[in-house]
Ligand binder design. Structure first.
Ligand code: ATP
Ligand code: MG
Length: 573
């Protein structure tokens, strides 16, 4: 491809709404363009990278025995009613009607569709296991689209679904996909880690996330250096030492005027924050009626919303932080003085188990400007006890060793789920086993964020001048820059090399533009083509300069040797 012809609308300025490097660089390099919020177009250079990422996914899925399909983005309401997710998927689902008012959604995922697709044809154990996949566009009306194609409302996903006879089969398929995912992310040169995930809306009880490490990633992971424990912060188990000593003492009301925060209260009473119990109050609507959902946790720790909402069996989008008005209704006091004793109205109280073993807690008195000392679970208050409602922190105990947990950030690029029989039961997908008996099919689902990977790779592979594409996904392998195209010798040599490399199947760009050399060198750095040949003033002696995007150091090479050099470099990647 000639740069003089290539549609590559680079930008000199950093777009103001682009917060992170990958978003800025992909826009500046003319690889993606914003359409409307969270919806992007891929331009020629960007789309070539997307196709490389897709191809890596395709090859590894095929190798893992999965078969490629392509299903529609449009899915009927009826299909989602069957699984129950039409009502529960929430506002991320884009819904639409046809001219006859029949309702559809633009698929945010395809569990229902794949299951209904195969359930009528798969009748016998002889047809299992089966694994199908597609590379297709997904739609999710994300609450906060951001970071360019990392959290988009329309994005490309590779999604695969496995169907097995039993749990063992499902686990085997899961392992198989796990290994395929390792190859996929290695081939993309992503530095990644695998962590336990929360199964959330997908259901099932075992899932893992593949996280590309990046300090700007939205995901937080907790991991140990002393064991193989690694989990998302949503999932990570928090182990707390609890002081169970002491005798239960008499309740005592203390005047705490204007003291509404845990820090101030601990200072005022001169006690440790861990002796305080903190209430976090949310509200939800059940059949049009307001209900408060309350968490009671140790005062020195933060609530893990995912664990809490799972315990409450509610979707996050159905819940909001309680208004001051609700707090007053439930507690009878201003916010800041809430406690578990004597609550009124419609509420459910969930208590972190550790508090049930601690003696003489300090809690809000549900009376403005007052707290209560010596509150004890069982004697003074009651509620649903949950093992662990806490958000993990740096330095927490590793659940698997004597070591501690560390926190890191990253971008979730893939997710694998053991779904069990959740969808097959809901959608009536059974098979006849060897004894002619009906059995539920065991399923798994497996996603890779293809377009998110585009950005994750840039996050990990760039410098201050631009993108440094790994060879495996680069839009082109080689760029030949003719420094001065008005110089016939340079032009002819550049053209000759371009033809030779193209004929050899090397994906080559030729910068034949009549631009200043500085502009060409800047663009070349920005778009990040891994191998570079500069045809300049030594062209007459058949000498060109060779450099890589990563190292940039120029080396004079005789044209007689350049082909072998480039081919070797490509082979080595
Ligand atoms: P997240 O927690 O980031 O919202 P998810 O758990 O909703 O992700 P899955 O439903 O497991 O994501 O989708 C599979 C993969 O699709 C994810 O691992 C991610 O790489 C990608 N993905 C999910 N949502 C988006 C999005 N809004 N934009 C781009 N890629 C996405
Ligand atoms: Mg999501």
């Amino acid at each position: 491809m000639r740069l003089s012809k290539l549609y590559m609308p680079t930008l000199r300025e950093v777009p103001s709404d682009a917060e992170i490097a990958s978003h800025q660089l992909l826009l500046r390099a003319g690889m993606i363009r914003l359409n409307v919020s969270g919806i992007y177009s891929y331009l020629p250079l960007g789309y070539r990278v997307i196709r490389k990422i897709e191809e890596i996914n395709r090859e590894e899925m095929d190798r893992a025995g999965s078969q490629e399909c392509h299903l529609s983005a449009v899915q009927s309401r009826e299909m989602w009613e069957e699984s129950g997710r039409w009502a529960t998927f929430g506002p991320e689902m884009f819904k639409l009607k046809d001219r006859n008012s029949r309702e559809f959604c633009l698929g945010p995922t395809h569990e229902e569709y794949f299951t209904t697709l195969v359930r009528d044809e798969i009748r016998s154990y002889k047809q299992l296991p089966l694994s199908l996949y597609q590379i297709q566009t997904k739609y999710r009306d994300e609450k906060r689209p951001r970071f360019g194609v990392i959290r988009a409302r329309e994005f490309i996903m590779k999604d695969a679904y496995s169907f097995d006879k039993d749990k063992e089969g499902m686990e085997e398929s899961y392992k198989n996909m796990w290994q395929a995912y390792e190859k996929i992310f290695e081939r993309m040169n992503l530095d990644y880690t695998i962590v336990q995930g929360d199964s959330g809306a997908m259901g099932g009880n075992n899932s893992h996330e593949f996280i590309a490490l990046s300090e700007y990633g939205e995901g937080v992971i907790a991991y140990s250096r002393d064991s193989n424990y690694a989990a998302t912060d949503e999932k990570a188990q928090v182990i707390l030492d609890v002081d169970e000593s002491g005798e239960e003492e008499e309740l005592e009301e203390v005047h705490t005027p204007g003291i509404t925060t845990i820090d101030d209260l601990a200072d005022f009473l001169k006690i440790e924050k861990s002796k305080l119990a903190k209430m976090v109050i949310y509200e939800t609507f059940v059949d049009g009626k307001k209900e408060a959902l309350i968490a009671l946790i140790p005062g020195h720790r933060q609530l893990n919303e995912t664990k809490f909402f799972n315990a409450c069996k509610v979707n996050d989008f159905d819940v909001q932080v309680a208004s001051d008005e609700t707090i007053k209704e439930i507690t009878g006091a201003e916010p800041g003085f809430s406690g578990p004793l004597g609550l009124k109205g419609e509420f459910k109280l969930f208590i972190d188990e550790r508090l049930t073993r601690m003696k003489n807690l300090v809690v809000g008195a549900n009376k403005t400007d007052y707290h209560i000392k010596n509150a004890n679970y069982g004697r003074d208050f009651d509620g649903v006890v949950v093992d662990d409602l806490l958000l993990v922190e740096e330095g927490d105990k590793d659940p698997l060793s004597d070591g501690i947990l560390h926190l890191d950030r990253g971008i979730e690029v893939g997710n694998i789920f053991q779904l069990g029989t959740k969808y097959s039961k809901a959608l009536g997908f059974t098979y006849l086993d060897e004894d002619g008996k009906d059995q539920d099919v065991y399923m798994g689902s497996y996603g890779v964020g293809v377009s998110r990977c585009l950005a994750a790779i840039v996050e990990q592979h760039h410098d201050e001048d631009g993108i440094i594409w790994p060879m495996s996904v680069a839009a082109y392998e080689l760029i030949i820059t003719i420094v001065n195209p008005k110089d016939e010798t340079q032009k002819n040599l550049g053209e000759k090399l371009y033809k030779e490399f193209s004929d050899l199947g090397v994906e080559t760009l030729l910068d034949d533009r009549k631009e200043r050399p500085g502009v060409k060198f800047k663009d070349r750095d920005l778009i990040g083509i891994p191998l570079r040949i500069t045809v300049g003033k030594n062209a007459g002696e058949n000498i060109v300069e060779f450099s890589t995007r990563r190292e940039k150091a120029n080396e004079n090479v005789n044209t007689a040797e350049i082909i072998e050099k480039i081919l070797n470099k490509i082979k080595a990647c």
